[in-house]
Design a protein around this ligand. Sequence first.
Ligand code: SAM
Length: 196
Amino acid sequence: MAQYFENDPTLLSKEFKFNTTIQDVFLTFYSNRGVFSKSSLDFGTRLLLEQIDFLKGRVLDFGCGYGPVGIFLKKKFPIEVDMIDINKRCLHLALKNAKENKVSVNIFESNIYENIKDEYDFIVTNPPIRVGKKILYDILLGAYDHLKKEGILFFVIHKDQGAKSVLKDLSQVYKTEVLIKDKGFFVIKCSKILTS
Ligand SMILES: C[S@@+](CC[C@H](N)C(=O)[O-])C[C@H]1O[C@@H](n2cnc3c(N)ncnc32)[C@H](O)[C@@H]1O
């Protein structure tokens, strides 16, 4: 069986819709087989989004899936949002969901940062884990080069997915802060400016 991040044209399509409220924002999402946390908003994604109380400028939703991160953030804050994923089914759903929730966002395919030309004030992600450590680090450490001078990376990771060692490794490069720990999930803020 293909992993959720792989394009699998043989995977039958069975779209359905669900509603959810994040902070005070009511959202409707189309979802489908073969996408991450297809039936409801992932606990880690919700925890991540609940920690974000203000954003401005340009924001990248890395690994957008069916779109909850970028669509919520665009509804909530006065920002420009780019959303990327490697999976075509995710991109199709994210486009449909942006329309459904009446937000204007840019959605495009990118393998890691391959098609990213710009620098962002914020990068927000519930990163793919099953892709392995090398790609995970390409995403989290690679964010550094796609953030503006004072840019910030927000991400969520579970302790069973190596949260502590990832935090330690990222602390070599970013100023890191654990915003919350809940049910084993860590929401981590990485600021580009190192203050020693
Ligand atoms: C944990 S899911 C998060 C999905 C969505 N943001 C959410 O919170 O429900 C990670 C996403 O990263 C995408 N992904 C995996 N490998 C990728 C890569 N190399 N480049 C871009 N996106 C990738 C997957 O397709 C998946 O949609």
